[in-house]
Design a binder for this molecule. Structure first.
Ligand SMILES: [Zn+2]
Ligand SMILES: [Zn+2]
Length: 224
């Protein structure tokens, strides 16, 4: 049976201050690893984003999209499908956001200061998808990380290659308790590390919506 691998959580050094490899280097590596597609999820401007805080909203958002844009160019050359997402942060809790574009960001200045209720409602109103990343992560840089109310989420990361076994196990129980669609991601910040996550689809996605719908309808296999 054919299977198609997709990375759901990847950073680029163009945008994420904590990432070590460029979009091009990352995509090349995913190609070697046999992935069909990658969702670029750089840290949003309320997270570990490398932009100059004095830039205008428009400039910040163009910066935000630059990792994806470079990844897309590399993906088009190498035959890897590349999609735009981001990782939105609210005091140590992170939310992978899919299915929206740069135009949405340009039209929503100040979205970075929203709380989770308002942010989730805004994303969904515009047809986007929101999943909590590594909901039980414990790390020195986190003030507090805990799962938000399940009704604010479309899915949840139950395997994050950078998280502990305990944290991933707690996330899996949470997803099962609240019947949330599950996803897995590498949270890759550099090549050669942590490419142990992602999802498998039975057919090649023709659009980003195909991937989102496959996660929502639980028509995927988790790479863990
Ligand atoms: Zn990071
Ligand atoms: Zn991440």
């Amino acid at each position: 049976m054919a299977e198609f691998l997709y990375e759901t959580h990847m950073h680029t050094s163009e945008v994420s201050a904590c990432a070590a490899n460029s979009a091009k280097e990352q995509i090349k590596y995913y190609k070697i690893m046999g992935y069909t597609g990658v969702i670029v999820t750089d840290h949003f401007v309320n997270g570990n984003n490398g932009c100059d805080r004095n830039l205008s909203w428009n400039e910040k958002m163009h910066f935000m999209a630059s990792g994806y844009e470079n990844a897309k160019i590399a993906g088009d050359e190498l035959g890897v499908d590349v999609f735009f997402g981001w990782e939105f942060s609210i005091r140590g809790s992170d939310f992978l956001t899919y299915g929206l574009d740069l135009d949405f960001l340009l039209k929503h200045p100040g979205i970075d200061r929203m709380g989770i209720e308002k942010y989730s409602a805004t994303v969904r109103k515009h047809g986007g998808y929101i999943a909590q990343a590594h909901p039980f992560r414990e790390a020195f840089y986190i003030e507090k990380c805990y799962p938000v109310s399940a009704h604010l989420l479309d899915g949840i990361e139950v395997f994050n290659a950078m998280d502990s076994k305990t944290a991933n196990a707690k996330a899996l129980s949470f997803a099962e308790e609240y019947n949330l669609p599950k996803q897995s991601g590498s949270d890759s910040h550099s090549i050669g590390n942590y490419i142990y996550g992602g999802i498998k689809l039975r057919e090649r996605a023709q659009s980003f919506n195909d991937i989102i719908n496959a996660i929502k309808s639980r028509n995927i296999e988790l790479i863990m």
